[in-house]
Design a protein. Structure first.
Length: 108
C-alpha cells in the first residue's frame, strides 16, 4: 500500500500548503518535524546547550543524510530541539516524483 493512501483522512490537522503551489519546484522549504505528543525524545536543553539522546543523535544524523538519499536536495540551516526539528531544505532542480505530499500531523 502506498504511504499516501495508508494515512489519507486518518489524522486531523490543517495543512499550511498552498493548493495551487507545485512543491516539486526548485527553492528553499522550511520544515518543522515534531515528535508524537510533543514528547522530548530528542534530548534536553541543559544550561542553554542541547544534550542529545540516542534518538536525538539519530534524528540529527538522518537530517544530515537527506542529500545522500535525495538527488538535487541539500540541507541548509537546521536545529534539533528536545521535541522538534526545524530545518531548511533546498531543492536545486524540480523533482520528478509526482507524489510529493505533506504529512502534517501524521506518524511516519
Amino acid at each position: 500500500m502506498m504511504l499516501t493512501m495508508a494515512y489519507r483522512n486518518r489524522f486531523k490537522g490543517t495543512s499550511m500548503r498552498l493548493p495551487q503551489r507545485d512543491y516539486r519546484r526548485a527553492g528553499g522549504y522550511f520544515l518543522t518535524l515534531c515528535t508524537k505528543k510533543r514528547e522530548c525524545f530528542f534530548g534536553d536543553v541543559v544550561d542553554g546547550v542541547m544534550e542529545f539522546s540516542a534518538i536525538g543523535h539519530m534524528a540529527k544524523r538522518c537530517w544530515q543524510e537527506i542529500p545522500d538519499h535525495c538527488e538535487n536536495v541539500r540541507i541548509d540551516e537546521y536545529v534539533v530541539m528536545p521535541n522538534h526539528l526545524h530545518g531548511i531544505l533546498i531543492i536545486e532542480r524540480r523533482l520528478d516524483n509526482p507524489l510529493v505530499e505533506t504529512f502534517h500531523g501524521r506518524s511516519l
